[in-house]
Design a protein around this ligand. Structure first.
Ligand code: AMP
Length: 468
């Protein structure tokens, strides 16, 4: 957080009041840099890692503009258009505008696919000050004549890198061509890949550039580790880690598990439930309403474990996620940064554990190349020394085929786990015991030996769950 306070920023009184009500006093670095630039009317190209407060960085100055220069909405019209890659992010952005703009009497709306168009069309009819939209539904409604974007004066692309990953480049260009050239344009991206620069060159006019973290930098406060494990042991390891997290953390602490495939997410959530853990899944096969319901339960802490795919997890902004587990490493290394950024939100700390099986060595190497450092190794009972050796030896490794989630069930009988008498599997004498491959464990590193300090007394539960 920076030295200045929100009071030092020239934001209109109702916005200052809303910030006070929210308990925000100090702008985050992206806010401290972006707000003055945007209040001056500049276009902005911002590279900021997830969880840095980027939503308020653009929402506050935009709302300030509305507070100082109120414009009357016109039929089916929109003044400020924000594009997001996912429905979840759209919801989150809209909620932020509503919270910070409380007291301004603005009409804020949202359109996204996967739900009925009717209420959205109805909301658009009278016109909106601010519209948050996903690309596909926006174009559909525009084509049908339900929305007029010809007088948009502020155009914001949020998480533009993700929209490009999802193949929306042509749609974005189509939308940009339909709104006035004379406009205020902001582009936010977690990374500054060459395609982003190219897109920005086409859309922004003399933008100010802000880079809060260099490309690929992961949130500083996240304690990251890799766990080498055979595919067949992944589920048992997951169950153990989740149980330990629940035993050692406060009731309101949540964990988020990433699976590469929709089927894998569903399957894992089911396994966790049958082991007595409140879990649910979030993936693209679920209807929008079901996804929102799951998210609400998760936010309330009624479901403490969420298993999600990348697309579904993109917009998750939940404060109490203290553990992220990559059950599968992502195919695109940049997704790693976004995934682990779901913990340690708003300056909190968090833990990110990534499973790496034999066919994921190439993916781990890509992650380490991107974040420009080695991910420390985490000691556990299922440690597969031969995979670690493959990784560290630099021997060639191939990426797995797309869609291969590696989400196979455990071997019957609970695998080859050793299980210390005290219930803390990870704590064992250095160099004294064997890994699951039968090889001695490497001795000389600073591996953590159990970040979660409890866990005794849960063994019977775990075994029951595994064997179902
Ligand atoms: P974002 O990067 O926009 O997704 O924001 C991450 C989280 O930080 C959200 O939960 C915000 O509500 C929170 N947040 C944003 N700005 C501040 C601030 N200045 N002080 C404290 N929390 C903030």
């Amino acid at each position: 957080m920076s030295e200045i306070t929100f009071q030092d920023l020239a934001l209109a009184d109702p916005i200052q009041r809303a910030l006070k009500a929210k308990g925000y006093t100090t702008p985050s670095p992206i806010q401290a840099q972006a707000i003055p630039v945007l209040l001056d009317g500049n276009d902005l190209l911002a590279c900021a890692q997830t969880g840095t407060g980027k939503t308020a960085a653009f929402a506050l100055p935009i709302l300030d503009g509305f507070a100082r220069n109120p414009r009357k909405p016109f039929r089916r019209g929109v003044r400020c258009l924000i594009l997001t890659p996912t429905r979840e992010l759209a919801v989150q952005v809209m909620e932020s505008f509503k919270t910070y703009g409380d007291g301004l009497g603005l009409k804020v709306g949202m359109v996204f696919g996967g739900v009925s168009e009717k209420p959205q069309i109805k909301a658009l009819y009278g016109g909106l000050d601010i519209l948050v939209a996903t690309v596909g539904r926006l174009l559909d409604l525009k084509q049908q004549g339900h929305i007029d974007i010809s007088q948009v004066d502020t155009f914001i692309l949020d998480e533009a890198d993700r929209m490009l990953d999802m193949g929306f480049i042509r749609d974005i260009q189509k939308i940009a061509a339909a709104i006035p050239q004379q406009r205020h344009t902001l582009l936010f991206s977690a990374t500054m890949a060459p395609e982003i620069t190219k897109l920005a060159n086409g859309l922004l006019h003399n933008p100010k550039e802000i880079r809060i973290a260099p490309q690929g930098t992961t949130a500083e406060k996240i304690d990251q580790h890799v766990l080498f494990v055979k595919k067949t042991d992944k589920q048992n390891l997951l169950l153990d880690l989740i149980k330990e997290h629940q035993d050692s953390s406060k009731n309101n602490e949540l964990s988020l598990v990433f699976s590469r495939t929709k089927h894998g997410a569903k399957n894992l959530a089911r396994k966790l439930c049958s082991a007595g853990i409140e879990a649910d899944s979030l993936h693209g096969n679920k209807s929008q309403n079901a996804r929102q319901k799951t998210l609400d339960l998760y936010k309330k802490g009624e479901v403490r474990v969420l298993v999600a795919t990348d697309v579904a997890a993109r917009g998750i902004d939940v404060k109490n996620i203290t553990l992220v587990i990559n059950f599968d490493l992502p195919m695109e290394s940049e997704a790693y940064v976004h995934r682990i950024g779901r913990t340690a939100r708003a300056g909190e700390s968090g833990k990110a554990l990534s499973f790496c099986s034999e066919d994921e060595v190439a993916l781990l190497r890509e992650v380490e190349k991107l974040i420009k450092r080695k991910v420390p190794i985490y000691d556990h009972d299922y440690h597969a020394a031969q995979i670690e050796h493959h990784h560290t030896s630099g021997a060639p490794a191939q990426k797995p085929k797309q869609g291969g989630g590696g989400n196979r069930g455990p071997r019957h009988g609970g695998g080859n786990r050793k299980g210390g008498q005290d219930g803390r599997r990870r704590i064992r004498p250095q160099g004294g015991s064997k890994s699951s491959s039968g090889n001695p464990k490497p001795k000389s590193d600073s591996r953590p030996t159990g970040g979660f300090q409890k866990g005794a007394g849960q063994r019977s539960n775990r075994s029951r769950g595994r064997n179902r």
